[in-house]
Design a protein around this ligand. Sequence first.
Ligand code: TXA
Ligand code: MG
Length: 314
Amino acid sequence: MKISFREAVKQLKLGNVVAVPTETVYGLAASIENSHSVQKIFFHKKRPQDNPLIVHIANIRQLHDIVTEIPEAFYKLKSFWPGPLTIVFKANKKTVPSVVRAGLDTVAVRMPKHELFIRLLKQTGPLAAPSANLSGKPSATSVKHVHTDFGLDFPVLDGGRTHYGVESTVIQLKKSGWQYLRAGAISETSLQQILGPSLKTKTSQKRPRTPGAKYKHYSPAAKLTFCASSSLLKRKSHSSKFDAVLGFSDTTTTLPLLSLGPRNRHIQNLKNLYQRLRQIDELHFQTVLVDGDITAKGLGITLLERLQKACGST
Ligand code: TXA
Ligand code: MG
C-alpha cells in the first residue's frame, strides 16, 4: 500500500516499520528510539539477528548523537556524504540500541542522497533500515518489488525506481587503515583517489566482510550458473539444461536473454541488476546461465560480486 509522506512520518513515530526509497535500494525503516520497533524489521525480513543494520541520518548533528567518536580521517570522506557510502563508527550505546548493532560496539551510518528520505529523516530522527527484501532475495529497487516480498498491504513511501539500483559501499577505519567491507555503489577506485594507500584494497585484505556477508544474498529462487567467459557460456548454452541467460546486449545465445544493457556499462548494468534477477522468478525460469565476462575494474567489481553471490557463491 502506498502511503503519503505524512502517514510515513506518523507510522514511524508510532514505532511501525515503513518501506522507504533511497538512492540505492528501498529500505525497511524503523526509528532507533525504540528497540521494539527495530525488532519488527528483523521479523518482517526474516533476517538473522546477528546481522546489524545501517542507521540513516539527515545531517552531521544526528551523527554526533549516535557515535562516540568521529575520527579525523572521516573528514576526508565528506564529499561522499550525502551519498551511497556507509561508514562504521564507534556506537553511542545510549542512543543506538543493541538490536540495531547486533550487539557490536560499532554502528554503520549512512547519510542518503535522496530528497524525500532526507526530509523524512529530519522529521523522524535517525532510522535503521536494511534493504527492503526478504533475507536472501535480491534487493528492492521499486515499490512493486517491496510488495512482492511483503504483500500489497505493506506500507511503502513511493520514490519511484531507485537511482543506483545497488546498495551502498561499506567501509570501516581500523588500526591498519580503512577496510573495504562491502562492495557497493561507490567503487574502490573512487575511494582510493581520496584515501590513497590508507584504503586497504579488497585484494590486499584477507576477508573484507561485513557480518552479513556470510549469508546467502541477492538470489532468485531459480538456480543460477556463473560463466566467467563467453566461450564457457556458449558451450553451456547448447545443453538443454538451461532455460535462459542473464547477460548483456551482445551476449550470443539461442536461449531467452535477460539483458543488463551494454557489457561493461557498469552503472547501467547495476541499475538493472535486481530488476532482472527478480524477473527470472516472475517469468518462472528455473535454470539460468549468467554471463560473467566483465572487466573487474571500478564498479565492475561490485557487479561481479553481486552476480557471483546471486549464483550462490559466498
Ligand atoms: O544502500 C544501502 O546500504 C541500503 C539502503 C537501504 O541504505 N541498505 C542496506 O542494508 O543494504 P543491509 O542491511 O541490506 O546491508 C547492511 C550491511 C550488512 O552487510 C551488514 O552486515 C553491514 O552492512 N553492517 C551493518 N552494521 C555493521 C557494523 N556495525 N559493522 C560492520 N558491518 C555492518
Ligand atoms: Mg540487504
